[in-house]
Design a protein around this ligand. Structure first.
Ligand SMILES: Cc1cc2nc3c(=O)[nH]c(=O)nc-3n(C[C@H](O)[C@H](O)[C@H](O)COP(=O)(O)OP(=O)(O)OC[C@H]3O[C@@H](n4cnc5c(N)ncnc54)[C@H](O)[C@@H]3O)c2cc1C
Length: 574
C-alpha cells in the first residue's frame, strides 16, 4: 500500500462496493482502487450457509457494533452486526433474495423528484445482474446480456450504449445467483398452510412488485454454498484485470477535501490506515463511499462533512455543513415470538444431540442439503397488520429453531420462532460521532418503537402471529406460546413485551439519504452525488430515503448498478 493515484476509489468492498468495482474496472483505461477494512473472505464459515451463526459476533468478520440503550426496547442495547470482510454484510447475512415492493421505489421517485427511481425504472437494474433459477422472464434476469436494457425507458434515462459495450466486453451478466432452498420442514409447511387458512395467499415468488403472500424465500446461494458479492462480482473477473487494485485490512480514516479554483469543494482522495501508517490514495475522477449505512456516515463525519456544531463539539473541524449526515436511520425490528411444538423435529432438537449433529454434517458433505445449507429464515410471509392497510406492512421470517438471541445457544426443547417486523417503521434514529478518533465506533441509536404508530403495529402484528398459530393446520404440533406469553393481551402490554423480545433484523438504511435540492436534510442528490462536494458519491444502503418493504441486500445492489451507470455516463459527458 503506497500513496498513489487512481481514476476511481471505492471505499468498502461490501454489497454495493463489489458490484461497483466490477462495473467501473470493466473499462481497461480506468484505474480502480477498492479499499476494504476487513480481511479476504477466505474463512470457511462464510461460505457454508449455516456459518452465519459463527460469523455474527466474530471479530474475523463483524465490526461488533452495539446500539445505544433504547427506551422502546425497555432500556436494552443490541448487538449490531455489520460485515467487516470482503463481501461486507453479504458475507454474513441471511441470504434472502428480496426486492421489496414496487411502491417503495415509486415513493423514492416522489421524494427525490426523479422518475429514474420509479419501480419500472429500477426493475431493469435488478434484472441486469440477476441469475435467477427460473431463467430469464419479464420479471427476472438470468445469465447473459439483457437486451431489454438497451431500450430507452419511459423517462428518458436511456442506457448509455458505451456502458453496455463495456458490459458486453466482460462477457458475463447475471452474476447474482438466486436459488430455491434445499430443505423444508414439516412444521414450516404447516405454518404456511396455517397462514393460508388465516387469509394470506400462497406465493412462489416474492419479487414481482407486490410481495403479499406466504412461501419459502429464494436465497443467494450456488449449489448449496453462500453466494456473496465478492464471489459474484470480484472473483475471478476483477482479480484478472491489471487496472484493478484491492487493498484489504485498510481502513479509510477520512476524505481529502480540497478547494477548486472557483471556490467549490472537491473530494480528491482518501486517507487510509493500513495498520502501521496513514497513506493517501488520490482519485482523479470520483470517490465512491460504499462503506454501508454506518460506515459511510461515520467517514463523512470524521471528514468534517455533517452537522457542523455536533462535529465541532467532538473536535472535528467542519469542512461542509450537511445536517442530514447520520440522521434518518431506519431499521426493521423483528419481534421474535417463540412457540414450543410437539410431534416434530426442529433444529433445537437435532443440533442438541451428537447423533443429530453428525447426521447434519454428513448430509451437507454428501449432497449440500440439510440444515447446514440453511438460511437462518426459510419461510416468509408478507401481510397486513390491520386490514385497513393498503399494502402488506409486516413481514414474517419463520425459523425451525429458537434461542434467546443470536449468538446464544439453541433452546433445549423443540420450538419454532415466528419473527415479525414492521416493514415501514416511522421511528427514526441516528448515527453520530463519539469522538474524532476513527478507531472509535460511532454511537448508533436506532430509536426503535419510539412512535405510537410503531407500537400499535407491534401489538397488532403479535395478534396476527397468534391468529396464524391458532389455525387448524398447526394443531398437530400443539403450539404453545412461550414468548411473549398468552397472558399479555392489551396494546400497551404487547408493545412493552415487543420491546423485551425484539431485535434488529440487520437492515439499517437512510443515514445518507437522497433528496431534492431544497431539502436541507438530504445528503446526496438523486444521482447519489454528495451535495456541495464534487467528486464524491455515496453508493450503499445509506442513500435510501425510506426503507424498502423487505430485506435490503438486493435493493442495495440495484442502487449500485444504477450508480455505476451514472458514473460512467458522467465521465463520458465530462
Ligand atoms: C446478519 C445480517 C443478516 C442479513 N440478512 C439479510 C438477508 O437475508 N437478505 C437481505 O436482503 N439483506 C440482509 N441483510 C442486510 C444486507 O446484507 C445489507 O443491507 C447490505 O449488505 C448492505 O450493503 P452495503 O453495501 O450498504 O454495506 P455492507 O455490505 O455492509 O458493506 C460495507 C463495507 O464497507 C467496509 N467498510 C466500512 N467502513 C470502512 C472503512 N472506514 N474503511 C474501509 N472499509 C470500510 C465494511 O467492512 C464492509 O465490507 C443482513 C445483514 C446482516 C448484517
Amino acid at each position: 500500500m503506497n500513496d498513489s493515484t487512481f481514476d476511481y476509489i471505492i471505499v468498502g468492498a461490501g454489497t454495493a462496493g463489489c458490484l461497483l468495482a466490477n462495473r467501473l474496472s470493466a473499462d481497461a483505461s480506468k484505474r480502480v482502487l477498492l479499499i476494504e477494512a476487513g480481511r479476504r473472505d477466505d474463512y470457511h464459515w462464510i461460505h457454508i450457509p449455516v456459518g452465519y451463526l459463527y460469523c455474527i459476533g466474530n471479530p474475523r468478520t463483524d465490526w461488533l457494533y452495539q446500539t445505544e440503550a433504547a427506551p422502546g426496547l425497555n432500556g436494552r442495547t443490541l448487538k449490531y452486526p455489520r460485515g467487516k470482510v470482503l463481501g461486507g454484510c453479504s458475507s454474513i447475512n441471511g441470504m434472502i433474495y428480496m426486492r421489496g415492493q414496487s411502491r417503495d421505489y415509486d415513493q423514492w421517485a416522489q421524494l427525490t423528484g426523479d422518475a429514474n427511481w420509479q419501480w419500472q425504472n429500477c426493475l431493469p437494474y435488478f434484472k441486469f445482474h440477476e441469475d435467477h433459477h427460473q431463467g430469464a422472464s419479464a420479471a427476472h434476469g438470468a445469465k447473459g446480456i439483457a437486451p431489454y436494457l438497451l431500450q430507452s425507458d419511459a423517462h428518458g434515462d436511456r442506457a448509455s450504449t458505451d456502458y453496455f459495450k463495456l458490459l458486453k466486453a466482460r462477457q458475463a451478466g447475471g452474476e447474482w445467483r438466486i436459488e430455491k432452498q434445499r430443505l423444508s420442514w414439516d412444521v414450516l409447511d404447516a405454518f404456511s398452510q396455517a397462514a393460508q387458512q388465516a387469509g394470506i395467499p400462497a406465493t412462489t415468488d416474492f419479487n414481482q412488485g407486490n410481495n403479499e403472500g406466504v412461501g419459502y424465500f429464494d436465497v443467494n446461494q450456488r449449489d448449496g454454498w453462500r453466494w456473496n458479492t465478492a464471489q459474484a462480482f470480484l472473483r475471478p473477473t476483477c482479480y484478472a484485470r491489471p487496472n484493478f487494485e484491492l487493498w484489504t485490512q485498510a481502513q479509510v480514516a477520512g476524505l481529502v477535501i480540497e478547494q477548486d479554483a472557483d471556490g467549490g469543494k472537491r473530494c480528491s482522495g482518501v486517507k487510509v490506515w493500513d495498520g502501521h501508517q496513514m497513506v493517501t490514495a488520490s482519485a482523479t475522477r470520483e470517490v465512491a463511499l460504499s462503506a454501508g449505512s454506518i460506515g459511510s456516515a461515520h467517514i463523512l463525519q470524521l471528514s468534517g462533512i455533517g452537522p457542523a456544531p455536533e462535529l465541532a463539539s467532538h473536535g472535528v473541524q467542519p469542512t461542509h455543513d450537511l445536517p442530514g449526515v447520520g440522521a434518518n436511520l431506519q431499521d426493521h425490528l423483528q419481534i421474535r415470538s417463540v412457540y414450543k411444538v410437539k410431534n416434530t423435529k426442529t433444529l433445537n432438537t437435532l443440533a442438541n444431540s451428537w447423533w443429530g449433529k453428525a447426521k447434519i454434517g454428513l448430509e451437507y458433505a454428501m449432497s449440500r442439503t440439510g440444515p447446514m445449507s440453511m438460511a437462518p429464515s426459510q419461510l416468509g410471509a408478507f401481510t397486513k397488520s390491520d386490514p385497513q392497510k393498503e399494502w402488506a406492512n409486516i413481514q414474517y421470517h419463520v425459523q425451525p429453531l429458537s434461542l434467546d438471541a443470536f449468538g446464544e445457544p439453541l433452546h433445549d426443547f423443540p420450538a419454532i420462532t415466528a419473527s415479525v417486523c414492521n416493514l415501514n417503521p416511522s421511528s427514526r434514529g441516528k448515527v453520530s460521532l463519539k469522538s474524532a478518533d476513527f478507531n472509535e465506533a460511532p454511537a448508533i441509536a436506532p430509536n426503535y418503537l419510539s412512535t405510537d404508530e410503531d407500537r400499535k403495529v407491534a401489538a397488532d402484528s403479535l395478534r396476527v402471529t397468534r391468529r396464524i398459530m391458532s389455525q387448524a393446520a398447526m394443531a398437530p404440533f400443539a403450539p404453545e406460546e412461550f414468548k411473549p406469553g398468552v397472558q399479555y393481551q392489551s396494546d400497551d402490554e404487547l408493545a412493552r413485551l415487543a420491546g423485551d423480545i425484539a431485535s434488529t433484523i440487520f437492515h439499517p438504511v437512510g443515514t445518507t439519504r437522497m433528496g431534492q435540492d431544497d431539502d436541507p436534510m438530504a445528503v446526496v442528490n438523486s444521482r447519489l452525488q454528495v451535495r456541495g462536494v464534487r467528486g464524491l458519491r455515496v453508493v450503499d444502503a445509506g442513500v435510501m430515503p425510506t426503507i424498502t418493504s423487505g430485506n435490503t441486500n438486493s435493493p442495495t445492489l440495484m442502487i449500485a448498478e444504477k450508480a455505476a451507470h451514472w458514473i460512467v455516463q458522467d465521465a463520458q459527458a465530462a
